[in-house]
Design a protein around this ligand. Structure first.
Ligand SMILES: CC(C)(COP(=O)(O)OP(=O)(O)OC[C@H]1O[C@@H](n2cnc3c(N)ncnc32)[C@H](O)[C@@H]1OP(=O)(O)O)[C@@H](O)C(=O)NCCC(=O)NCCS
Length: 226
């Protein structure tokens, strides 16, 4: 079946909610809220993250590129303006080397347990970048993990892999934890708007492993996918 993409919104909320509920609320009830929480909200909304997430979606304060197979959502890539996603992992180390905050952040992915390894996360990322372009573009940061050439627990990769961001045109900027990188890209504004539901083309063939740095970030040129 052809995969399609649509943004998280009040009309796609039921499909998003079903995907979360099929997986026990994600991490026992997170509802993909951790990156949104502002001081005090954690206490206020404890145990009510479904409600909080839904309220944010209604208010236009929660964004994601959803990937659908038919009417079922099979994955998402969460993104949003930086103010909407104030929390990132390794924040202390991130703040040490901080220049300007980005306009946008891409913070997390979730793919249906039955559909992993099909390239859906990579395609959700491409869609998130397109939505950012349609919203006017700007500087975008993400904080993926470098497990190049290794397998690890899927749960460790909720912010994506360094390789998939490099393939999507992001450049590694600095390391903020043993395996965690700040990657960045400037997305130009898109011309014109797309329809609400967009068919995704055939899956891009894997082009081998993206070259990733072992220590200091090499130049952007040497990090582009081969
Ligand atoms: C990590 C995850 C997003 C990957 O989704 P996916 O659709 O299987 O990923 P893709 O098939 O698009 O693969 C993307 C890249 O990640 C790599 N990858 C995927 N799973 C991996 C793993 N367990 N270990 C190492 N690399 C992995 C793939 O090899 C691929 O690399 P390549 O582009 O160099 O070939 C998915 O396993 C997932 O949803 N995990 C749970 C995340 C979570 O707990 N989120 C909660 C929200 S905070």
């Amino acid at each position: 079946m052809t995969l399609t993409s649509a943004p998280l919104s009040e009309s796609t909320w039921p499909a998003f909610a079903q995907l979360v509920e099929r997986h026990g609320g994600i991490f026992g009830g997170c509802w993909c809220i951790a990156f949104h929480l502002e001081p005090g909200e954690n206490k206020e909304w404890a145990g009510r993250y479904r409600e909080l997430k839904h309220a944010r979606v209604r208010e236009g304060r929660a964004h994601a590129a959803l990937v659908f197979d038919g009417s079922a959502a099979v994955g998402w890539c969460q993104f949003g303006p930086t103010a909407e996603l104030p929390n990132i992992r390794s924040k202390k180390d991130y703040e040490k080397g901080l220049g300007d905050l980005p306009d946008w952040r891409i913070t997390c992915f979730f793919i249906d347990r039955e559909r992993r390894g099909e390239g859906i996360a990579s395609r959700a990322l491409e869609e998130a970048v397109r939505y950012i372009a349609e919203a006017g573009g700007g500087t975008v940061e993400a904080y993926p993990e470098d497990y190049t050439g290794q397998r690890t627990s899927n749960s460790f990769l909720c912010s994506g892999t360094l390789g998939m961001f490099i393939k999507a045109g992001f450049q590694p900027r600095r390391k903020i934890a043993m395996r965690r990188w700040v990657v960045a890209r400037t997305v130009p504004p898109a011309s014109g708007r797309r329809p609400a539901r967009v068919p995704l083309g055939p899956r891009r063939p894997r082009q081998g492993t993206a070259r990733v740095p072992s220590g200091r970030p090499p130049s952007a040129r040497s990090l582009r996918p081969s």
